[in-house]
Design a protein around this ligand. Structure first.
Ligand code: PEP
Ligand code: MG
Length: 762
């Protein structure tokens, strides 16, 4: 038997031999897409390795009877197995065949340079075979070793890939998915590294406008990492997919680039003066990329997000995956061609998608009952007590609000098309009339319309996520427990924020009313049942629940809500921890619910208090927590939301008081730092979480927290913005929480930025 198979002999049906990644590379090879060449050390070779070295039985024994819910035991077994694999020599005939083929790869004539002797730089990647489920990439960790050179090093990297089949996370997932450990094998892919003189990304759909007729290419000199770091602005080319004409080209000067040196390390080099302002790609290369982009999209039947590189003038495709998320900008929208229908309204895209149906106008929460399944909910502004009706709605349109308003947050989580900030929806639209909500473009059309393919919505696929490893944890924001399984399937490292208000709203009664009626137990049960769903879906991953933060204007629709005070500015009124300490019985019940969940075994539940401005709030909340029998920071992770400039200024004292973590609520922090009402659509363009004042506060808090060993995280909407993720990784944040539809793209961004940060440190 041959221990290796070259890409030329692999196809999409080779998963059993070369795993998902290897078969995908083979498939591209068959398509004549120029991928850097290489070969797979087959999955059967791994099998033979564990059989011939007689470690197979030991591995089985170690796994037998393991309870993967016991995190420490799981970790210990995972480490033992991995140590075992890397301690056993690779049998000589296998090692020799790998080395011979590596030399053949180096001897190949090709564009790739930096070959010294036959020692070519390669990437060694693991590629697992999960039977019947090519998308279950989690079954094997995606261990990747870049810039490997020398035949012995390659063999060692292959063995490390094999070991990565037994990380704690991989074992845990296989158990959960009921895969037989012995049946999941792993292949190691050995592929030439491209020595990129130019590189970039290509989307076969315009991600800003969701326009399917456009291909967008971004290009820089050198390696693409600098784009993500924001250090250089890439050239942008927008190409018409049908005519292949370049519709728009933006050339931005680039004076420095990142290149690999002869030792395989990345180094910054100045770009010669005469090249700095010249377009990075010549017309031939743009055409070639366009051709390849179209080919890949046609072949996979979905828009693709492609990484490419050019070496010695030749274009290579390094990676391709389905586009799963896209953003939308008001400015870009106004320049787009429209579907030809009559436009009734325009607003801001809060949650993308297209939907046609009958309008139901709700001016008062007591009219919510009229929303039937599939209706379009049209309302001045959604409030959390509308959540059950929002779940029935096919689409949502509001007069007010920006991207961080309640309607936007919840509709994104539900995947319901939603347009906010239309100003006049409740006046312009009529009850019962049929309209088409083209939320991806922020447009409401008259009547039911057939939207052309570019309006197609692309939603994240539950199992399609890649298992990219990042040092920074990527978590998800989750307010609706019914969507917990969908959120858990993103592979997020935990839940960075559960807004308990949403669970409360589904109960229909205001917390203060439970207290007035002496129904504390019912309140505890309601919370417990909601939080349990999330804790269960994510166990053993951490789930941080926020104590209730109920603004007085948002919950009038709940029983007892009419007794809430009328405030001039509820945003900065009687809510969150300041209110909970005035009505400590509510807070006690919330802690009690979490205490009981810990008792049930859901020790992964942590808690945080919102809108902190004083140290004594932290102290008092901890006392109340102790009164229900939970020791904060010891028995349970206890944190605060950083949502006010005050919290930033007194962070040192808060850390001294003792907390486990802080989480930046950038929605409120931006609102309060900039003095911009987050729900006011008139000033929405000024709402910018990347404002230097906000970034300065975040940087300061992270620095202080590091001094005290307090973990830092972000759970505002800004965590779903790549530029914020980039900034946070540079500051050394511990975790970032993104919306469910942004987890995968933020993880990719973070992985790229982390690589860059590591290179900077070298
Ligand atoms: C925030 O303010 O950023 C936050 C996450 O809380 P909310 O959006 O619920 O106010
Ligand atoms: Mg907030």
């Amino acid at each position: 038997m041959s221990y290796v198979v070259w890409f030329k002999d692999l196809t999409k049906d080779s998963i059993a031999v070369a795993g998902g990644k290897g078969s995908n590379l083979g498939e591209m090879y068959q398509l004549h897409v120029p991928v850097p060449n290489g070969f797979a050390v087959t999955a059967q070779t791994y099998k033979e390795f564990i059989e011939r070295t007689r470690i197979k039985d030991t591995i089985q024994q170690l796994l037998q009877g393991l309870n993967v819910e016991e995190t420490d035991a799981l970790q210990a077994v995972a480490e033992q197995i991995q140590r075992l694999i890397v301690s056993v020599p690779v049998p000589e005939d296998i090692a020799e065949e790998i080395m011979d083929n590596y030399e053949l790869l180096g001897a190949e004539k090709g564009a790739q340079s930096l070959v010294q002797g036959n020692e070519v730089f390669v990437a060694v990647r693991s590629s697992a075979t999960a039977e019947d489920l090519p998308s279950a990439s989690f079954a094997g960790q995606q261990a990747t070793f870049l810039n490997v050179k020398g035949k012995e090093s390659v063999v060692l990297a292959v063995r490390s890939c094999w070991a990565s089949l037994f990380t704690a996370r991989a074992i845990y997932y296989r158990e959960k998915q009921k895969f037989d450990h012995a049946k999941v094998l792993i292949s190691a892919i050995i592929q030439k590294m491209v020595n990129a003189e130019k590189s970039g990304i290509m989307f076969t759909i315009n991600p800003a406008t969701n326009h399917a007729d456009e291909i967008v290419i971004e290009a820089v000199y050198g390696l693409g990492e600098m784009i993500v770091g924001g250090e250089v602005n890439p050239n942008t080319y927008i190409v018409d997919k049908n005519t292949r004409e370049t519709k728009k080209m933006e050339v931005r000067a680039q004076d420095v680039g990142l290149f690999r040196n002869a030792q395989g390390l990345n180094e910054k080099r100045a770009i010669p003066k005469e090249m700095q302002e010249r377009q990075v790609l010549d017309q031939k290369q743009v055409q070639e990329l366009t051709r390849l982009g179209k080919k890949l999209e046609e072949h996979y039947g979905q828009p693709q997000d492609i990484e490419w590189a050019v070496e010695r003038g030749e274009v290579f495709i390094v990676q391709t995956r389905a586009v799963t998320t896209f953003k939308s900008h008001q400015e870009e929208r106004s320049t787009m061609t429209e579907e030809g229908g009559k436009i009734l309204l325009k607003g801001e895209t809060a949650s993308a998608g297209v939907y046609s149906g009958p309008v139901r106008i709700v001016l008062n929460p007591n009219e919510l009952g009229k929303i039937q399944k599939g209706d379009i909910l049209v309302t001045p502004m959604t409030t959390p007590d509308m959540v059950p009706a929002m779940q029935r709605a096919g689409a949502i349109i509001t007069n007010e609000g920006g991207l961080t308003c309640h309607a936007a947050i919840v509709s994104r989580e539900m995947g319901t098309p939603c347009i906010v900030g239309t100003e006049h929806a409740t006046d312009v639209l009529k009850d019962g009339e049929i309209v088409t909500v083209h939320a991806s473009r922020g447009i409401v059309y008259e009547g039911a319309m057939e939207i052309k393919p570019e309006g197609k919505v692309i939603t994240p696929s539950a199992e399609g996520h890649e298992d990219i490893l990042t040092a920074t944890e990527i978590k998800v924001i989750l307010d609706l427990p019914d969507f917990a399984d969908k959120a858990a399937a993103t592979g997020a490292d935990g839940v960075g924020l559960v807004r308990s208000e949403i669970i409360i709203a589904t109960g229909g009664i205001h917390p203060a009313e439970y207290m007035r009626q002496g129904k504390q137990k019912e309140y505890v049960s309601l919370l417990k049942n909601g939080i349990r769903k999330v804790a269960k879906a994510f166990k053993p991953r951490p789930v941080w629940v926020r104590c209730s933060d109920m603004r007085s204007d948002e919950y009038r629709g709940l029983a007892g809500g009419d007794k809430e005070p009328k405030e001039t500015d509820p945003m900065i009124g009687w809510h969150a921890i300041r209110r909970l300490l005035d009505e400590p019985e509510i807070l006690r019940c919330e802690f009690q619910a979490i205490r009981e969940l810990h008792y049930e075994g859901y020790k992964n539940v942590g808690v945080m208090i919102p809108f902190v401005i004083r140290v004594e709030e932290v102290r008092k909340a901890k006392e109340i927590m102790r009164s229900v029998g939970l020791e904060p920071c010891k028995a349970i992770q206890f944190g605060i939301m950083v949502e006010t400039p005050a919290a930033c200024w007194i962070m040192e004292d808060i850390c001294k008081e003792g907390i486990s973590f802080v989480s930046f609520g950038t929605n409120d922090l931006t609102q309060l730092t900039l003095g911009i009402d987050r729900n006011n659509e008139k000033i929405a363009p000024l709402f910018n979480e990347m404002h230097p004042a906000v970034l300065g506060e975040i940087a300061k808090v992270i620095k202080v927290c590091k001094k005290y060993g307090v973990k830092t995280s972000v759970c505002g909407q800004a965590g779903s913005r790549p530029e914020m993720a980039d900034f946070l990784v540079h500051q050394g944040v511990d975790s970032i929480s993104a919306n469910v539809d942004a987890v995968e793209s933020i993880r990719r961004t973070v992985a790229r930025v982390e690589r860059k940060v590591m290179m900077e440190k070298k």
